[in-house]
Ligand binder design. Structure first.
Ligand code: FES
Length: 116
């Protein structure tokens, strides 16, 4: 199932890499508008998260991955990339971005401008 999210005034699509650079089982670190974002391809499912652990800001780019479970290298908290965080959940939530493949490119949906 693919979700079609059209960019609006608040969001924009950014081409971050050729799709071939993120085959299944791989991850890739990209930088968009000063943000560090980690891309994952887990058995063909694409995920994009902010490269900052919600616990204390450690980089998640080199976290251990078992299936869809990413473990923060700093203190070991585990996050399931395949599940979205429930609003009001007591657990810490990753900051996620929509990522999809479009005409051979990886397209990331981000906020249009963070500059004051
Ligand atoms: S900074 Fe990630 S678990 Fe503490």
């Amino acid at each position: 199932m693919t979700s079609q999210h059209q960019p609006d005034d608040m969001t924009k699509q950014v081409q971050v890499a050729p799709a071939g650079e993120l085959p299944p089982g791989q991850r890739k670190l990209v930088f968009v508008d000063g943000r560090s974002i980690v891309l994952f391809n887990i058995d063909g499912a694409l995920h994009a998260i902010d490269n900052s652990c919600p616990h204390n800001g450690a980089s998640l780019a080199n976290g251990r991955l078992e299936g869809s479970i990413l473990q923060c290298p700093a203190h070991g908290l585990r996050f399931d990339l395949a599940k979205s965080c429930e609003p009001g959940s007591a657990s810490l939530c990753l900051r996620r971005f929509q990522l999809r493949e479009e005409e051979g490119s990886l397209m990331l949906l981000v906020e249009s401008s963070t500059a004051p």
